[in-house]
Design a protein around this ligand. Structure first.
Ligand SMILES: O=C(O)[C@@H](O)[C@H](O)[C@H](O)CO
Ligand SMILES: [Mg+2]
Length: 402
């Protein structure tokens, strides 16, 4: 069996997605996601110009060997561009292997460990009242877990909200949007949000919050302490995680569960936090971490320390990542939760998929492979559009973390 063709498809059905499609001489094909929000074409080029020419002619069954070939073979290791490109190939190869075995991917991984994958949705409001309403909307849709973000009084465009109530993560055209940040205003406000949410809805649903890399360690410790009475499922990205020792300081001050890792690329980025038991959920998703082959190693290491998975699943990851993640989530013994933002109908049409939502859970479906494909004619209707994530500055103009 050999790979006889492979291509990169870039499409923008509302936002940009980079997809790899690998064809074999047996007529079976596989699909992988390589989307890196705001830097999409760098991964498309990495695949097109450097990886795919080395892939043609190889035996697609040799997934491990191909992974090692691309990881070791670059000489330059790790990084989001490299690891997203390897991830896309790896996802497509697992898709092919599962199709050859005539199995849904979760069966190839070891079979289902659970009946459904608990997901959390995003409730975003311009102010507390709007966020409370949005949380209520998610509850009425059947969600068991909801991430709550709100505009902050005195700040023009807070993270997670801004222009219109459902506005969340912009993929703005041309140049990045400038937003403003003030830590004191944020810290004074967030506990009120969760106080009101618990007051309104009680403690039946899981509530989550994303700090989005904005705090210094001692500020994160303080926020964790202030939020403890509200029993959050997790506090995400409390500090920028280049400085991993920060998490030791946060842990010394609070028992709030900590989630981190959506911008990590390898087990090497995760291992100290996991081994030192400084986090509770690891968020590195299949598209960032070199595919299933490498993500399994991260999840297994995490299991040794009772750290659970909580994979990133914003709409900047394509339905191919979502479908693959759901098979992984269905199998992985130390599953915690899965993030889920709904894609637009245009995106769903470009990526026909077997997964579906019911009663707060996503289900991967029983299609063979990972259950997600790309409709190339649909994809061709939406050419690439330059789009960037926003940037953030402090009120005095100092560049900050978005
Ligand atoms: O946890 C999340 O979903 C966010 O951190 C987004 O991934 C981020 O705003 C980039 O889109
Ligand atoms: Mg996040």
């Amino acid at each position: 069996m050999r790979i006889d063709a492979a291509k990169v498809i870039v499409t923008c059905p509302g936002r940009n997605f980079v997809t790899v499609k690998i064809m074999t001489d047996q007529g079976v094909h596989g699909v992988g996601d390589a989307t890196l929000n705001g830097r999409e074409l760098s991964v498309a080029s990495y695949l097109q110009d450097h990886l795919l020419p080395c892939l043609i002619g190889r035996d697609p069954r040799r997934i491990e060997d191909i992974w090692q070939y691309f990881y070791r073979g670059a000489y330059w290791r790790r990084g989001p561009v490299t690891m997203s490109a390897i991830a896309a190939i790896d996802m497509a190869l697992w898709d092919i292997k599962a199709k050859m075995a005539n199995m849904p991917l979760y069966d190839l991984l070891g079979g289902k460990s659970r009946e459904g994958v608990m997901v959390y949705g995003h409730a975003n409001g311009a102010d507390i009242e709007q966020t409370i309403d949005e949380v209520g909307r998610y509850i009425s849709l059947g969600y068991r877990a909801i991430r709550a973000q709100s505009g902050i009084p005195g700040l023009a465009a807070a993270y997670g909200v801004g222009r219109g109530k459902d506005y969340y993560e912009p993929a703005d055209a041309a140049l990045p949007t400038e937003t403003v940040w003030d830590t004191a205003k944020y810290l004074n406000f967030v506990p009120k949000l969760f106080d009101k949410l618990r007051d309104r809805y009680g403690f039946e649903h899981h509530l989550l919050h994303d700090v989005h890399h904005r705090l210094r360690p001692i500020e994160a410790g303080r926020l964790g302490k202030m939020l403890e009475p509200y029993g959050l499922f997790w506090l995400e990205d409390a500090t920028p995680a280049e400085n991993q020792e920060a998490f030791r300081l946060i842990r010394q001050h609070t028992t709030i569960p900590l989630a981190v890792g959506e911008v990590f690329n390898t087990v090497w980025d995760c291992k100290d936090l996991i081994q030192n038991q400084l986090i509770d959920y690891i968020r590195t998703p299949v598209v960032r971490a070199g595919g299933i082959t490498h993500l399994r190693r991260i999840a297994d290491l995490a299991a040794l320390y009772q750290v659970q998975t909580g994979f990133h699943g914003a709409t900047d990851l394509s339905p191919v990542t979502m479908g693959t993640a759901l098979h992984f989530d269905s199998w992985v013994p130390n599953f915690g939760i899965q993030e889920y933002m709904r894609h637009t109908p245009e995106t769903d049409a470009v990526f026909p998929h077997a997964y579906h939502f019911a009663d707060g859970y996503l289900h991967p479906g029983d299609a063979i492979g990972h259950g997600v494909d790309i409709d190339e004619a649909e994809a061709a209707k939406y050419p690439y559009k330059p789009a960037y994530l926003p940037v953030a500055r402090l009120e005095d103009g100092t560049m900050f973390n978005w």
